[in-house]
Design a protein around this ligand. Sequence first.
Ligand code: UDX
Length: 435
Amino acid sequence: MRLSVIGCGYLGAVHAAAMAGLGHTVVGVDVDEAKIAALSQARAPFFEPGLPEVLASAMASGRLSFTTDFSAVAGAEVHFVAVGTPQSAGSDAADLRFVDAAFASLLEHVSPGDVIVGKSTVPVGTAARLAQLVAGRVPGATLAWNPEFLREGFAVQDTVSPDRLVYGVPSGEEGVRAARILDEVYASAVAAGTPVIVTDYATAELVKVAANAFLATKISFINAMAEIAEATGADVTQLADAIGHDARIGRRFLNAGVGFGGGCLPKDIRAFSARARELGRGESVRFLEEVDKINLRRRDRVVDLVREETGGLHGVRVAVLGLAFKPHSDDIRDSPALDIAVRLAEGGAIVTATDPEAIPNARRRAPHLTYTDTAADAVADADIVVLITEWPEFTNLDPHTLGHLVTHKTIIDGRNALNPDAWRTAGWKFRGLGR
Ligand code: UDX
């Protein structure tokens, strides 16, 4: 099939490449010339395992192209809109500027019979509004909403083999046709038995934010238990193992630590709360404000622990291991690691930070920190080591070797990713979160 993808950021670039990899002919469009220039040379503008390979083979096949020229979408029968919906400056609500601009430009080149597929995470009610716009501008074109659940670090795999497919479509024949066309787009996943939920716009929009709200709540739940564990001497990791054996609860997303960050969970729960308040249902999701607060408190806790262990931050040499919001990513959006590093430096500490992939992005955001390429360089002469992003490069570090490099053998494990016994045996003072 001939597809267009509007917005070649994280979601769009991966979607375009993966769809071309599945055999479709795809044109990716973005207003950012630098991004398009990189993608046109099969270079991924961000770190995502597996993406460079998929991009290279799709470009070589001739089925994938990128441009800043919207008129290139004419001829495609399905148009995916995958632009960002960041948090608005000064409020919790989602900023829909990019979505509105994408639809305005796209609709100039869409033909009757085409299907426009929204993938961006939007406040519930947006698709119904956009459907009216589409009907007014291009009668005979159809809007569907098809939320995306990909995880950074597994984006290609999640796009090609998703857990489920959700199609929000209009009622009647028009919706049946849109669902049939989406089934064709995702033919390989459908053939593999992927569950397909065909529903209305509002449900499709809500599925996405509800899923992220649930995941965020699960993480903050275990982090709340970590706070109680800290007050009682209990061990939150054993607690998580024990309750995780209950299949109704499950062990995944119960890792206590510095909590969630990234370009999705934090802004999505805030936007959900803001939308619920607009709908007069703020009370229904008020707990999400608590989820956000618990999450942010864990960052305070790490800063406090460093202060407690060193007797004050001023002039203390702190090695920070990790800058990305999670391993296997170079994304520092709302990253607990970068936030903590910056706050330690603000408190007077001499911070040296490292990360396998995120240093260039971190340096742009926080040029005043010192960055080193390796953990060994970061910990040299450190008074305290703080592990915040659990890259294997850090969790596999040998406590004996590291012990020879630091000034004081004190480590804070912000992700509960290290074996405390191994570090203590090697002579380290070890502090975890909630244990
Ligand atoms: C998330 C959703 O998982 C995905 O479905 C959605 O499409 C986009 O948002 P992502 O932002 O890539 O994906 O990250 P995810 O793997 O969900 O992790 C989010 C954050 O939670 C990370 O900062 C991670 O370190 C943290 N986390 C995760 C925990 O603190 N504890 C856990 O047990 C799991």
